[in-house]
Design a protein around this ligand. Structure first.
Ligand SMILES: Cc1cc2nc3c(=O)[nH]c(=O)nc-3n(C[C@H](O)[C@H](O)[C@H](O)COP(=O)(O)O)c2cc1C
Length: 194
């Protein structure tokens, strides 16, 4: 084993598997912001969902002000749209690249979601954990969720075939992504209980 130098971020010295989501928030002018987040996972077995955000990002200020946000899970073929959501802002503080991203309106909160993503969450802000170094953890409660028909788990469908038919997107930080096509059943121990 090679010891890692902790004066440099561990995350920059290895690859790590993460989801890749697009978080949507409402801007002060009534338009909607979208930004990719890979530090984003369920925060409980109930309906908490959280993502790590830098307070200098508009997403953080928008979520704090509006008390809600959306989460879209892009498909692998939407990787360029996902990248567009991280376009730098122009001198007038606008992110014009967002105009190229097709969206649909949220149903229960004031927000938009990525059209044709395989999973949508609408969240109300639950709590924020600040001062995680330069970052904060924004946790919401899911108040509405919707899944594309081809991505819905169904005990009558073979899971491997279903995922092969509708591949999932993974982000391998830093700077790589993978299309998950081939999957296997987890070898649970006999008698395993959650
Ligand atoms: C693949 C990818 C993953 C990202 N993941 C995160 C993340 O987990 N947390 C974060 O704060 N920023 C993340 N970012 C950076 C921001 O989302 C990005 O800088 C965004 O443009 C900020 O926009 P905003 O100021 O409109 O919120 C990521 C960017 C990319 C390209």
């Amino acid at each position: 084993m090679i010891p890692l130098e902790l004066e440099h971020a561990v995350w920059e010295q290895v690859y790590m598997v993460a989801p890749l989501t697009i978080v949507g928030t409402r801007e002060p002018d009534g338009t909607y912001d979208l930004a990719p987040k890979h530090l984003a996972i369920p925060m409980s077995w109930q309906d908490h969902y959280g993502f790590v955000c830098t307070p200098s990002h508009a997403t953080y200020a928008n979520a704090m002000r509006e008390r809600c946000f959306t989460v879209s899970f892009p498909r692998p073929e939407q990787i360029l749209l996902t990248s567009l959501a991280a376009a730098p802002r122009c001198d007038d503080d606008q992110k014009y690249a967002l105009q190229a991203i097709p969206t649909v309106a949220a149903t229960k909160i004031d927000g938009v979601l990525l059209d044709n993503a395989y999973l949508h969450f609408e969240c109300e802000l639950d709590r924020v954990v600040d001062d995680l170094g330069e970052n904060s953890l924004i946790i919401g409660r899911i108040v509405a969720a919707a899944v594309a028909e081809d991505a819905l788990r169904d005990s009558d469908r073979d899971a491997q075939e279903m995922i092969a038919h509708s591949p999932m997107l993974a982000y391998l930080h830093p700077g790589r992504f993978a299309e998950i096509v081939q999957t296997n059943a987890f070898p649970y121990h006999v008698g395993f209980k959650r």
